[in-house]
Write a protein that binds this ligand. Sequence first.
Ligand code: FAD
Ligand code: UDP
Length: 376
Amino acid sequence: MFDWLIVGAGFAGSVLAERIASQRNESVLLIDRRSHIGGNAYDCYNEAGILIHKYGPHIFHTNAQSIVDYLSAFTQWRPYEHRVLSQVDGQLLPIPINLDTINKLYGLDLTSEELEQFFASRRETVEEIRTAEDVVVSTVGRELYEKFFRGYTRKQWGVDPSQLNKSVTARVPTRTDRDDRYFGDSFQNMPAGGYTRMFERMLDNPNIKIMLQTDYRDIQSRIPFRRMIYTGPIDEYFDWSLGRLPYRSLRFEHVTIDREQFQPVAVVNYPQTEDYTRITEYKHLTGQQSPKTSLTYEYPTDVGDPYYPVPRAENEALYKRYEALAANVEDVWFVGRLATYRYYNMDQVVGQALATFARIQKSLPLAGSTPAEAAE
Ligand code: FAD
Ligand code: UDP
């Protein structure tokens, strides 16, 4: 009998496996239906010896020192600040939109103050900012929205930005200075040996047994366990009894070419042309040297593995109904991007898993620990 069954070996499941095994000294069976650990953050060396991310570019960034401290027990870090260019009107321009984006796009020589005026004269008044369209048109105006956001968002999500929650495009800031980093976080680094190496270290504990290519649905009645952490899609856990929650998927096309470099930065976005949303070139992330280079093209689709919850009011309402069902399931904790239907970055999932562990410690104090220790 295992003390815990953990479904899913991504960030949510692996952090909890590590915490439970090391801090509670309890046995964990960690399963994943895929053939590897790491969930969507899994990376591996391809046939050309280049470290690639199987499920698209994963760039680590956070403002939370506690999360950095936690992960630093399992990895060293390589400094990397992410930069993205967007192919707009035939030019490669910095995204997030900044001073250089506008000056290059329109052949201007504005200062930051003049750019403020420029945006002020173009932005639309929106009574209540609710949608992914509202966020952008109320900041930079409709023309820039159409060039940089509308096409990309329609491709990525399969619906118009006016049908999506504001949180989607609010992920991308607008700047009036020349800062061309994609993220503004205080900590921006990549795990030095890659994500999979970091997961291997996290899970290297005699209390943790890992079973891959194992679907919870196939083994649930056959493997005895006391408690469970579930990190798969929440609607699937309940046999879709209230209907399907939409998750957006991607088809990844991985290619390696005989060129040292393909594009000037790690990611180039295609908001106006092509069926793919973006191309990633991994060597920029890792600093690897090679006469070859590896790329990933991302083609959004509705079919395939669930990658993104789709943030819109009706989906959030359906999720709330599943969440209410989940609250009544004893001894099961639902954690992670799929199980809590939240468009979370890696650091947020780590934070959510650590917070869940604190709740577990509180509700299941270990024999011999004082209430104060249990609450820590
Ligand atoms: P997952 O990584 O999805 O892990 C869940 C695991 O559960 C999966 O491995 C799945 O196979 C397994 N599973 C599900 N159901 C079952 C079942 N029934 N039985 C057995 N196993 C099951 N975040 C960032 O911070 N920076 C980025 O740059 C970034 N880029 C991203 C790019 C893409 C294309 C995508 C899709 C996501 C990106 N993310 C990024 C988000 C990041 O991937 C997630 O925040 C994180 O991986 C979520 O971890 P998780 O454990 O919740 O879920
Ligand atoms: N987005 C866009 N154009 C861009 C970049 C982003 O329209 O050039 C929108 C799009 O809807 C995207 C969202 O902003 O899904 C969030 O972008 P992010 O880069 O955070 O997406 P992720 O890396 O999570 O796929």
